[in-house]
Design a protein around this ligand. Structure first.
Ligand SMILES: [Zn+2]
Ligand SMILES: [Zn+2]
Length: 426
């Protein structure tokens, strides 16, 4: 298919819909976007609130809890135990669909009344001691660690996968242990101040180094031991130099930090950080193929406009998540297939325009459902009646009859989304 130049309806800049993009949109049955990639990304990320926590009360068990929803938000908030429990039925909020009204108005009304999960973690369910975490799963004893899973004993960290004993670290893309103040690290142990590096042991102040041990203040090393400022030393010489630097105190570390950043400025750097990638564009990608405009991700294939995740196939416009295929415009569509325009919907198949629906199939405009099928606005239908009504709603949206001038999204957690409420879609 031929590429097409379009004008973004928000920022008015030109953007290109490539032939491959059109094939993807046709394949999943959606029209080409009317916003440019940057505006789409901003709208998508306005759905997230990673770091702002508030004191709230669970409206089912009255327990005092931490929430990502500020107190003035109209939506009722349930603690993790209550939200995941059997003490409430989200289908109770189901209502008839009114074909004469905008879909988005009706969806927003539902979003305002179905109880929301206070904070997006699984503390006291599959995690232990991880109350102050968000976009988080399968952890133990973690504090202020976001967008992470399979982690233990981590503090002040972001985007960690399979990590243990970490403080002040951002992006661990595979097994790492005992790391302090580092960014983009894989398969490493007992390191501090290491950046864009993999397979390091006992290293400090290293940039773009791989398969090294006992190296200090170096850049671009491969398969080295006992190096300082990229110079080779004996074990005894190395230990003597390291002892003189005394990086075990905070003040000396701060001084060394300055010396390190001055030192690495003298060396050329790769234009982007890719490891084992083919035909990729973006930054911080690992083991990926045909991943364009993708950032901070591992095992991405034939996908575009994605950030922060693991194992992504044939998906466009998603932020965070793993094990997803044919997903489009989603926040955290974990373990999902064919979910479009969703937020925090996991283990789903063919779920559209939905929020916080889990282990479900064939939903449209639903909120908070678990193990459900053939529902629209949380109301149960038969397979035949679901498909007929869904088609009528989508036809109306495509013709602009019942939603073209309404906001597609209504962000519950973020306070920054008012601006986006006026953005049109479809
Ligand atoms: Zn734009
Ligand atoms: Zn509760």
């Amino acid at each position: 298919m031929k590429k097409e130049i379009k004008k973004c309806v928000n920022c008015k800049s030109d953007f290109t819909v490539e032939g491959d993009d059109s094939l993807f949109y046709n394949r999943i049955g959606v029209p080409a976007p009317i916003l440019c990639p940057d505006c789409r990304r901003q709208r998508r990320l306005a759905w997230r609130n990673d770091y702002n926590f508030y004191n709230r009360e669970c409206e089912l068990c009255s327990r005092k809890i931490i929430s990502i929803y500020s107190p003035e938000k109209p939506v009722p908030i349930y603690c993790n135990k209550c939200w995941w429990g059997d003490g409430w039925d989200p289908k109770k909020y189901g209502r008839d669909y009114d074909l004469s009204r905008s879909f988005f108005e009706q969806y927003r009304e539902l979003l305002d009344i179905v109880p929301a999960l206070a904070i997006l973690n699984d503390n006291n369910i599959a995690s232990v001691g991880c109350e102050y975490t968000n976009y988080f799963a399968l952890g133990k004893n973690c504090y202020l660690t976001m967008n992470s899973w399979k982690v233990e004993n981590c503090m002040y960290c972001y985007h960690m996968v399979n990590a243990k004993d970490m403080v002040d670290v951002m992006t661990v893309f595979s097994n790492a242990r005992n790391i302090y103040e580092s960014i983009y690290v894989g398969e490493s142990n007992s390191c501090r101040f290491v950046f864009n590096s993999e397979s390091l042991i006992n290293c400090a102040f290293c940039y773009d180094c791989r398969d090294c041990s006992d190296c200090f203040m170096s850049i671009g090393l491969r398969h080295k031991k006992y190096c300082v400022k990229n110079q080779q030393y004996t074990k005894e010489e190395y230990e003597k130099i390291l002892g003189e630097y005394r990086i075990d105190t905070w003040s000396r570390s701060e001084r060394v930090k300055k010396e390190f950043f001055d030192f690495i400025l003298k060396f050329p750097r790769r234009p982007a950080n890719f490891m084992n990638c083919v035909n990729c564009a973006g930054n911080y990608l690992v083991n990926s193929k045909n991943a364009l405009n993708c950032w901070n991700a591992v095992r991405v294939e034939d996908s575009k406009f994605f950030e922060n995740g693991d194992t992504i196939k044939d998906s466009y416009d998603c932020a965070s998540g793993g094990e997803q295929e044919l997903c489009y415009e989603g926040i955290n569509p974990d373990n999902s297939y064919g979910t479009h325009f969703t937020s925090y919907c996991h283990k789903d198949r063919n779920v559209l325009y939905s929020d916080s629906c889990q282990s479900s199939e064939e939903l449209f405009g639903c909120v908070g459902l678990k193990s459900a099928q053939y529902c629209i606005l949380n109301k149960q239908y038969t397979k035949e009646s679901y498909e007929k009504l869904k088609e009528e709603i989508v036809d109306g949206m495509k013709k602009g009859e019942n939603g073209a001038n309404s906001s597609r999204y209504r962000s519950r957690p973020s306070d920054t989304t008012k601006h986006w409420r006026k953005i049109t879609t479809l």
